[in-house]
Design a binder for this molecule. Structure first.
Ligand SMILES: NC(=O)c1ccc[n+]([C@@H]2O[C@H](COP(=O)([O-])OP(=O)(O)OC[C@H]3O[C@@H](n4cnc5c(N)ncnc54)[C@H](O)[C@@H]3O)[C@@H](O)[C@H]2O)c1
Ligand SMILES: O=c1ccn([C@@H]2O[C@H](COP(=O)(O)OP(=O)(O)O[C@H]3O[C@H](CO)[C@@H](O)[C@H](O)[C@H]3O)[C@@H](O)[C@H]2O)c(=O)[nH]1
Length: 478
């Protein structure tokens, strides 16, 4: 099995699509087919407008599509023909039954495994690419082995993905490391080598780390838990900064220069979003509970609680600064994606900030350079955000023009760190706003001094810019 010629990937999402585009582009000797249940998603992958926005992805897909990269709903054919199959389906937080709100929902993983067992007529390497709880590979192996045909053998590997959205192509092209976990046996080793050979087309051998399956699965959850924890930690410190007059950027810089801490992932913000951090930390929390480690579970749970606190705290600051009422006030929301350079809104802090402001009956004018308006409405009318979709439609205006969003507004709230927000004509915007005009920079990306010079009242995360600090009246510590 050392020579993989055909790869199939089940799941044409944010991970499956870009990962397979890179494999196809770096391995012209391998045919890669990405399959999905969703005809609409596959149609988009086969069209000029891909279903996801990622810098550099369009070119990559165009370069390989129809040559050695295919997108299809013919799942059975894809499985039958492949030597190696990636399972890259979604593993969302369960919203029903046992483990509701914390455990990962493994129903899509299981159905992919069952489909493989049902249709495979030759031996396969099955690679768990999705993020899963520890021991999920064992369940996949059980399903495959219990249903296998004579002469068909399986090796199950864990190969978690570390790409971040918005930088997926770069992350896949130059990964810090590739992790491959497998069975400690001769067949296990052969399967690990086969997958490693694919990556070695472009990843230096030393950056490919092999280990036992459970360590690999746990490493993925641990990496995300550590990253999320850093953000929650600096966000917690941002609250202390606002209360004391310290500046969180200065604190982050100071601690980041300690080589043991390092400078990355210390950007205080309105809170972390995205489809992974919350889901994976909760997944770890649930795992700890199941392993009868309640203290460890509580430890990681606080990372999530701090993130909730940060989103709520920021929305409250907006309301307080606007004289404790935002009812019927027009507030421009700049940014709806969970971070810049993506159109993804899953768990975006912007959704929650909009929710808190809508709860106070603020009128929102939302602008994002990449998020579709249908997606915004779908997020804001989700039952967990609002129980009155008609009211949402009344309160929210969606616009394709940031200047339009800010016109006659009382305030601008920056929720995503899009680069273009830095380049707007803020004098022109100021002139069109109601006075006093407020800017709440939830991402610390604007030139605050310049904005103050124009006349804005500026508030940001982790730093006091308002008058009481300028006059030295910062909160005293007992
Ligand atoms: N999004 C990220 O940045 C990222 C990064 C690293 C890891 N991950 C992990 O990778 C996995 C996939 O994430 P994603 O963001 O790509 O999800 P996604 O929701 O974008 O895509 C998953 C796709 O799988 C398809 N699917 C589900 N069940 C299927 C089945 N039985 N047969 C065929 N297709 C099926 C869905 O239709 C969907 O298109 C998750 O476990 C996630 O935690 C995501
Ligand atoms: O210093 C920082 C860094 C990030 N964020 C926020 O954290 C969230 C997540 O950002 P990021 O990690 O860059 O994007 P994701 O696409 O969610 O990627 C994370 O989740 C993926 C899915 O598991 C992993 O593969 C990646 O390694 C991991 O970075 C976003 O809302 C960011 O704005 C901050 O607030 N401060």
């Amino acid at each position: 099995m050392a020579d993989v010629k055909r790869v199939c990937c089940i799941g044409a999402g944010y991970v499956g699509g870009p990962t397979c585009a890179i494999i196809a582009s770096k391995c012209p000797d391998i045919t890669v087919t990405v399959v999905d249940l969703s005809q609409a998603r596959i149609n988009e992958w086969n069209s000029d407008k891909l279903p996801i926005f990622e810098p550099g992805l369009d070119d990559l897909v165009k370069q390989c599509r129809g040559k050695n990269l295919f997108f299809s709903t013919e799942i059975e054919k894809g499985i039958k023909e492949a030597d190696l199959i990636f399972i890259s389906v979604n593993t969302p937080t369960k919203n029903y039954g046992i483990g509701k709100g914390r455990a990962a929902d493994l129903k899509y993983i299981e159905s992919a495994a069952r489909k493989i067992a049902e249709v495979a007529v030759s031996s396969k390497i099955v690679v768990e690419k999705s993020t899963v709880p520890v021991k999920a590979a064992e369940s996949i192996a059980h399903i495959l082995q219990a249903n296998h045909r004579r002469g068909v053998h399986y090796q199950v590997l864990s190969n978690p993905e570390f790409l971040a959205e918005g930088t997926a192509v770069k992350d896949l092209m130059y990964p810090d490391r590739v992790l491959i976990g497998g069975e400690l046996s001769e067949e296990g080793n052969r399967a690990i080598m086969a997958l490693s050979n694919i990556y070695q087309h472009w990843v230096p051998k030393d950056n490919i780390i092999t280990m036992n399956t459970w360590s690999s699965e746990l490493s993925k959850l641990t990496a995300n838990a550590f990253l999320a924890q850093r953000i929650s930690s600096i966000n917690a410190i941002s609250a202390v900064c606002e209360a004391t007059g310290a500046d969180v950027s200065e604190v982050a810089h100071a601690i980041g220069t300690d080589s043991r801490i390092g400078p990355k992932f210390l950007q205080a913000s309105v809170g972390f979003g995205g489809s992974c951090f919350q889901k994976d930390v909760l997944n770890l929390v649930y795992l700890c509970e199941c392993l009868n480690l309640p203290d460890v579970a509580v430890y990681w749970q606080t990372v999530i609680e701090m993130n909730e606190f940060q989103k709520r705290r920021f929305a409250r600051r907006v309301i307080e600064a606007l004289f404790n009422t935002v009812t019927n006030k027009r507030i421009a929301i700049f940014g709806f994606a969970f971070k810049k350079d993506t159109g993804d809104t899953r768990e975006s802090p912007s959704i929650y900030i909009c929710k808190y402001l809508m709860d106070e009956q603020a009128k929102l004018a939302i602008y994002d350079p990449k998020v579709d308006h249908e997606q915004m409405i779908s997020d804001l009318t989700h039952p967990s955000i609002s129980d009155n979709p008609t009211r949402v439609q009344e309160l929210v205006t969606l616009t394709k023009d940031p200047y339009e969003a800010a016109r006659s507004a009382h305030a601008i709230v920056i929720c995503t760190e899009w680069d273009e927000f830095k380049d707007y004509d803020y004098q022109k915007i100021y002139d069109s706003m109601l006075k006093p005009a407020f800017i709440f920079d939830g991402r610390m990306i604007l030139d605050h001094k310049q904005l103050q010079k124009i006349g804005y009242h500026v508030e940001t995360i982790g730093k006091r810019l308002s008058d009481d600090v300028h006059t030295g009246k910062s909160t005293s510590v007992p």
